[in-house]
Write a protein of this length. Structure first.
Lengths: 47, 462
């Protein structure tokens, strides 16, 4: 596609299958403490 | 839903529900923006007119653009539908009763007297107090008992100033280490400090035991010392900066955040970030102040365009430094497009009041540190567990779909519905929306994604 470049990203729909293990960091714990963002969290799913 | 924006010389299209990110040229950008609102023929005519001087834009070429868009749509990477609503409560159902993180209010007192402090100088609108070892130990036992299958448990030593009760901090960590193996757990400790009491003992401890340390520094000396003063009114900048530098150096320059707060007095916070860099710090966080409307430190409507512009300039600076081989981290621009959180996490909210709670020096449980002192939100205590089920229910039902304002927002899967405390303080309801915060958040996400796109394009060129 010469006018569109698609980045390699995680497909969120796919994560519905094996996601939800709950091992990832709590959202604002240990960092900002005053706002919520989950985009900067790492997935810790070992499955 | 797609979100199209232009930043840093790039045309970016986000497909919200798949998480896909596309970089497109001007023509496709315009076509995608119009795609769901106008018939194909109408869009083609409009494009031929708009790009009449561009000989590459022909009817055939535009037909090709439509084919590409349709192909991406077919692959689930463009205009993908939101089919997640039925899953919104599932993560919390799956993890009902599981607690995996505690904010231990080890000291409800502070050796600084910062007027902008959301915790009212560490007292949280109550009495000064230090947590005893017995209360802290019971809190750790409560966490282990209620963490069920979770392996990683997070404990933040918070205050007030936690180093005013450092002996208890050390005793609690020793206790946790003594039980974690048998319990099948991995404690991750963090420490949030103003730096005044940092010494070699603290540095050794923090670097040995804490997976992260959060160090409070507002940047420029005059900015920092405007609020961060001792009880005699003396600024703390001169005292703490060398201590922070020593701690960070001993830590190998990683696993910390230099965390600043910006207020109405310094919406031009990029200068404070530059000061932090000049001081040798590279893992940075700058947070908008949490203050009631009308408070002298509170950000105003007039500050908003300045702050948004600062976020863009910060992204430009980060990209420049990255290209020069001198990168630095900004907490809110950290985004892993390939390995970020799953959809459950993205729609479930922050976890306050359910998997995450704050513990006061007396052992009372609150939904998070920002609710401590608000009596109606008291959930229970570390001996009896959660007894205020009504209050907890409000938090358990918080998710992206429980806030009508979030339903049509492109950023909803990046913020997960936002901060319940900010929502409560600005609207009186934990299910409200702190709109000012949303404006800042959306700009931060646009900048963060733009940075990732630019870095990816750089890598491919080299």
């Amino acid at each position: 596609m010469k006018r569109i470049k698609t980045l390699d990203t995680k497909n969120l729909c796919e994560t519905a299958k094996n996601g939800g293990c709950g091992e990832c960091q709590t959202s604002c714990q240990s960092a900002c403490k005053t706002s919520c963002g989950i985009a900067n969290q790492q997935c810790e799913n070992k499955k | 839903m797609v979100h199209c924006y232009k930043l840093g010389g790039l045309n970016i299209v986000l497909d919200i529900c798949s998480g896909s990110v596309h970089v497109v040229d001007d023509v496709v950008y315009d076509v995608i923006e119009a795609y769901e609102s106008y018939p194909k023929e109408e869009i083609i005519s409009a494009m031929l007119e708009k790009y009449a001087s561009d000989e590459t834009v022909t009817r055939e070429e535009l037909e090709g653009c439509f084919e590409d868009i349709e192909a991406l749509k077919g692959e689930g990477k463009l205009f993908s539908p939101d089919n997640f609503e039925s899953m919104a409560g599932k993560l919390k159902e799956k993890s009902a009763g599981v607690v995996k993180a505690l904010c231990l209010h080890i000291a409800h007192t502070c050796n600084l007297n910062c007027s902008y402090c959301f915790a009212s100088q560490g007292k949280y609108h109550g009495d000064r107090a230090l947590m005893s070892f017995e209360v802290g130990k019971r809190a750790l036992d409560f966490l282990v008992e209620n963490s069920k299958g979770r392996h990683n448990l997070e404990v933040d030593f918070f205050g007030g100033e936690p180093l005013m009760n450092f002996d208890v901090v050390k005793e609690l960590v020793a206790y946790a280490r003594s039980i974690e193996k048998e319990a099948g757990k991995n404690f991750r400790f963090t420490l949030t400090t103003n730096g005044v009491l940092i010494d070699d003992d603290v540095i050794d401890f923090a670097n040995r035991e804490c997976s992260n340390v959060v160090l409070s520094l507002d940047g420029r000396k005059e900015v920092h010392d405007r609020y961060r003063v001792d009880y005699a009114g003396n600024g703390s900048w001169e005292k703490i900066v060398p201590k922070f530098q020593k701690l960070v150096e001993a830590r190998g320059g990683k696993d910390y955040y230099m965390r600043g707060t910006f207020t109405h007095a310094n919406p031009d916070f990029l200068k404070d970030i530059e000061k932090m860099l000049e001081l040798g710090f590279n893992e940075l966080s700058m947070e908008p102040v949490v203050a009631a409307e009308g408070d002298p430190s509170a950000l105003t409507r007039e500050d908003l365009p300045i702050v948004l512009d600062q976020y863009e300039k910060l992204a430009e600076l980060m990209l420049k430094r990255h290209r020069e081989g001198k990168p630095f981290t900004f907490y809110h621009y950290m985004i892993d497009l390939k390995g970020g959180p799953c959809i459950y996490k993205r729609i479930s909210g922050c976890g306050s009041g359910t998997e995450y709670m704050a513990v006061t020096p007396w052992g009372d449980l609150y939904p998070c540190h920002q609710f401590v002192g608000e009596e109606k939100f008291k959930l229970g205590n570390v001996w009896d567990g959660v007894t205020n089920h009504e209050a907890q229910c409000d938090f358990a039902s918080c998710n992206v779909y429980s806030r009508p304002e979030c339903r049509d927002c492109w950023a909803r899967l990046y913020c997960s519905g936002g901060c319940a405390a900010n929502a409560y303080h600005s609207t009186g309801s934990v299910r409200g929306v702190y709109k000012y915060g949303c404006e800042l958040f959306k700009k931060r996400m646009e900048c963060a994604i733009m940075l990732e796109v630019a870095k990816t394009l750089d890598e491919e060129e080299n």
